[in-house]
Ligand binder design. Structure first.
Ligand code: ZN
Ligand code: FE
Length: 255
């Protein structure tokens, strides 16, 4: 049975995600920007929290972890590489490790770039990937700690997941990201269609920080840094992929 996923808006534009295995009753939360909205969501669903999964050390992703752990006794999972700047971990993780939510096994993927110890969680059976501030909706996280090389390599790992995978990211930066994407990739028809769809999604109150990998590949400029036509339109025909990626990232930083 597939995991049930619920996107929980937190703070100004963050998302926490609840993941529930109906068979075992186990429920995990991915990132805890704040405790109150997570408690409310658990109560609304009648779910009992058993596990807390952390993607990276920024306050807007871990601010509520200690409190939630005290309230629920849930086990905390996070990157061993960043253990010195995360809340105390019950399970320290490295790339390739498994995180089980009941019957379903998730895999840990190292995705450095935004921070050096950033990890993502992939649940292949339910086709879910929690990418936080690495791969974001029509964008990617700012490079606070890592290099363009690191982020591009991280994005390539995520691009290798199945197309149907639902990417669940850390923030609703969707409007700004789409506007930027349009500015650097104006002839992309899939992007134009997506902008119409997103307006409808927002009007209907659907969660804004999730999308399929297939849609991201077609419209996210940072996943299209390897595209020859896009390079040509930026007069970067000779550029290697990482140069094109760095060019786009620099443009976005001042957009
Ligand atoms: Zn962050
Ligand atoms: Fe963040």
């Amino acid at each position: 049975m597939a995991l049930e996923m619920m996107a929980v808006p937190c703070l100004r534009d963050n998302y926490a995600y609840l993941v529930h295995d109906p068979g075992s009753g186990r429920t995990a939360v991915v990132d805890v920007p704040d405790t109150a909205p997570v408690h409310d969501a658990l109560e609304a669903r009648g779910w009992t929290l058993t596990d807390i999964l952390i993607t990276h050390h920024h306050d807007d992703h871990i601010g509520g972890v200690m409190r939630l752990r005290e309230d629920t006794g849930a086990a905390v999972w996070g990157a061993r590489a960043d253990a010195h700047r995360l809340p105390p971990l019950d399970h320290a993780l490295a790339e390739g490790d498994t995180v089980s939510i009941g019957a379903e096994a998730g895999t840990v993927i190292d995705v450095p770039g935004h921070t050096v110890g950033h990890i993502a969680f992939h649940f292949p059976d339910s086709q879910l990937a929690f990418t936080a501030d690495s791969l974001m909706i029509c964008g990617c996280g700012r490079l606070f700690e890592g290099t363009p090389e690191q982020m591009l390599q991280s994005l390539r790992k995520l691009m290798a997941l199945p197309d149907e995978t639902l990417i669940c990211s850390g923030h609703d930066y969707t409007n700004g990201n789409l506007a930027f994407a349009r500015s650097v990739d104006p002839d992309n028809e899939a992007l134009a269609e997506r902008m119409d769809q997103v307006a409808a999604d927002r009007a209907a109150g659907r969660p804004m920080a999730v999308a399929t990998l297939a849609l991201e590949k077609a419209t996210n400029p940072f996943l299209r840094a390897t595209d020859d036509a896009l390079k040509r339109s930026h007069h970067m025909t000779e550029a290697i992929d990482v140069e094109m990626f760095a060019h786009l990232r620099a443009l976005k930083d001042t957009f």
